[in-house]
Design a protein around this ligand. Sequence first.
Ligand SMILES: [Zn+2]
Length: 57
Amino acid sequence: MIEKIYKNKYMATCDNCGTGQEFDNWADIMEFMWEEGWKKKLVDGEWKHYCTECYEA
Ligand SMILES: [Zn+2]
């Protein structure tokens, strides 16, 4: 999942294992996910995000 934390920070968290990272803006998250190979999946109308390890497992 991607959630807004504090005032202007974002947190990207794997919905399976809970591993996560903090970012300053949305574009950084998108770049990170693209480079690291994270995947998103629509589940019951909600976007779930998975890190590379969980996605490949
Ligand atoms: Zn994971």
